[in-house]
Design a protein around this ligand. Sequence first.
Ligand code: GLV
Ligand code: MN
Ligand code: MN
Ligand code: MN
Length: 400
Amino acid sequence: MAEATALLADIAGVGADGRRGGYSRHGFDPAELELREWFTAAARRCGLAVETDRNGNLWAWWGRPGPDAVVTGSHLDSVPGGGAFDGPLGVVSALAAVDSLRADGFAPVRPLAVVVFAEEEGGRFGVPCLGSRLLAGTIDPDAARRLTDQAGTTLAEAVAGAGLDPARLGRDDEALGRIGRFVELHVEQGRGLADLDAPVAVASSILAHGRWRFRFGGEGNHAGATPIDDRRDPMLPAAQLVLAARRAAAGVPGARATVGRVLPNPGGTNVIASTVDVWLDARAADTARTRAVVEEIAVAARAAAAEEGCEVAVTEESYGDTVFFDASLRDRLVRGLGGVPVLATGAGHDAGILAARVPTAMLFVRNPTGVSHAPAEHAEPADCAAGVAALAAVLGELAG
Ligand code: GLV
Ligand code: MN
Ligand code: MN
Ligand code: MN
């Protein structure tokens, strides 16, 4: 019988990032394509029939596809240098839960499917939950096709390379219409369960969150030959933005603002950059608070740019309002699992995208380090097994 930790061990070598540590697996890159093949074979071993939808999401079916299917799953891609659990734990737990239901002689009344969403982290094309957004129709397919990775490859080219037709990207009512309920299992990305000393929780909500790109333009020049007074150095307002992000978020309870990626162009030690791109990730309890944080940062960035004689252009790359998961499904899961804790999260998930379309719930598995999006992310084998048992119980109840 498939066990979650054994399945994770199967893929431990795929996309391991020797330079950064952890894993770098991004939508439609060689590592993620290898994981897709691995998933297809593993799902077939569990007796599931695998298909790929128009947007590159994989579906493994137990029973005839839809309607009113009970769907579970997550993603196999990672952030750059990410942990082993964010995404894959939900996929392997789904396969293990199917196996354990089958071993118990369970026969689903409703169809059951395991889904793998493409490019959940946005680590390659910048927009998180890309596969689920395309499926749900919450991103314009033309804009999506034009998304570009750091090597200049467009999403259209990447999906074509994976054997999909880029013209067919976009809202997929047929695939969406099959989903009766969606439940995503995920490693917890904070210390909630560790502090409560419990292995599994049900999710209540996701913070509003988005990504913005600030492009500062100045004058590329020589680091030694250009007097300080003669410079228009875009790195100066970029640095001010980082400080403003911390200040703005600290002023709003529960808000978070992060600069995790900066790209000076051309990027030479002895070169004053001509442009600097800074990506801002901002999150808060609701849209008003999130927008207020971003606006405060933007005001500071514009003032800092003006002081240095630089230009600044701001682009919103993605945004999603606060998600409250379906209350009756949430309560049903809590009851069915004998009263497990209910936790909110600041992390985004495909479940957050689907929640706008279908009744959706999430299960979290304890992460003793509380660290995520980094190699220290962890879940103990016993807690992974508890997660599988919880997921199997939920799927059994919903599909039985
Ligand atoms: C994805 O995991 C995110 O919340 O950024
Ligand atoms: Mn993540
Ligand atoms: Mn994830
Ligand atoms: Mn995520």
